[in-house]
Design a protein around this ligand. Structure first.
Ligand code: FES
Ligand SMILES: [Fe+2]
Length: 330
């Protein structure tokens, strides 16, 4: 039996960055949604101004779970137990039976942004403010595409976001695990934590024979991968991976599918991409759930992209302060 994820990986369970916690459609105005990510019970709610907020869920008063029975009042959320009210910053702004608020009672407020129909929070274990902006997804505002995020395109499994995203540069597995016939060159560009682009030359199998093109993956920290196909028609697929606890992750595919201009229906090619992505992740999951992490892997010639990816990924981990002080004292 492999150990828990915290002993599986030589890096922390919860990297720093933006992570998807919900879809916009899950939280109506005035709605409250319970969440559990980063080993923490959270409440997401949407106030009257329309902005989604994410707070820690357990009330600082006597510990009720605000995500269960909590209600929304203007842009605040009200605890179901004694009616204390908290604003989007997590501050106590009303106690219905007291003349003054409790200034110490505070819920942690998570920086929250909605993008392309998804709700993201910024996670930093040291509490630092967001250090980079979430990417815009132009396809989400392009009428040629339709948003498609079926319930079936969501998976919970035992792994770590870094392991999932390492796939983007692991060219050899596309042949063995996914049965893709040929992969050519891999072109990598890396920079800051939100700058990683891998373009793989591929040959797409079509009824008319092979068509050469490319698959471009852009990673934004350890939570978001935006994948676009070139050569066979346009596509845009967002893979998000969010740690649930030290063991499981939640992975979701959001597709922006090209539509037929006359009917507005999803193109067959677009639906083919949807099917392929879902099939492929289901082929990957058993590998991810059961593998170990090789800190110093033996690689074949031409696999240096894996090392480059890991070096880039390292930026998403915060320094462990206990390790820092050990180093400093040496
Ligand atoms: S426990 Fe939340 S108001 Fe009392
Ligand atoms: Fe894969």
């Amino acid at each position: 039996m492999p150990g828990r994820a915290e002993s599986r990986f030589p890096f922390t369970d919860y990297p720093k960055g933006w992570f998807q916690v919900a879809y916009s459609r899950e939280v109506d105005n005035g709605g409250v949604l319970p969440l559990h990510y980063f080993g923490t019970r959270l409440v997401c709610y949407r106030g009257e101004s329309g902005a989604a907020q994410v707070l820690d869920a357990y009330c600082p008063h006597l510990g009720a779970d605000i995500a269960v029975g909590g209600t929304v009042s203007q842009d605040c959320v009200v605890c179901p137990f004694h009616g204390w009210k908290f604003d989007g910053e997590g501050r106590n702004v009303d106690i219905p039976y007291a003349k003054t608020v409790n200034r110490v009672a505070r819920l942690r407020s998570w920086p929250t942004v909605e993008r392309a129909g998804m709700i993201f929070v910024w996670h930093s274990s040291s509490g630092t403010a967001p250090e980079w902006e979430l990417p815009k997804i132009p396809e989400s505002e392009d009428t040629a595409f339709v948003f498609h995020a079926p319930e079936t395109a969501r998976w919970k499994f035992r792994s770590h976001p870094q392991e999932v995203f390492e796939n983007t540069v692991d060219i050899a597995h596309f042949v063995t695990v996914h049965g893709v016939s040929a992969f050519g060159n891999l072109d990598l560009e890396t920079g800051g934590p939100a700058e990683f682009r891998a373009v793989a030359e591929v040959s797409f199998e079509t009824p008319r024979g092979p068509v050469s093109g490319s698959v471009e993956s852009q990673l934004f920290g350890m939570g978001i991968d935006v994948v676009r196909h070139h050569g066979l028609g346009r596509s845009c697929t967002v893979l998000t991976v969010t740690p649930i606890d030290g063991e499981y992750v939640d992975a979701r595919y959001t597709f922006f599918v090209l539509t037929e201009p006359e009917t507005g229906e999803m193109t067959r090619m677009g639906l083919g991409f949807v099917r392929d992505f879902c099939k492929q992740i289901e082929q990957d999951i058993p590998i991810w759930e059961n593998k170990v992490f090789r800190d110093r892997p033996q690689l074949a010639r031409g696999e240096s992209a894996i090392t480059e990816f890991r070096t880039w990924a390292h930026q998403s981990y915060e320094q462990d302060s206990s390790k820092e002080s050990t180093l400093a004292s040496q």
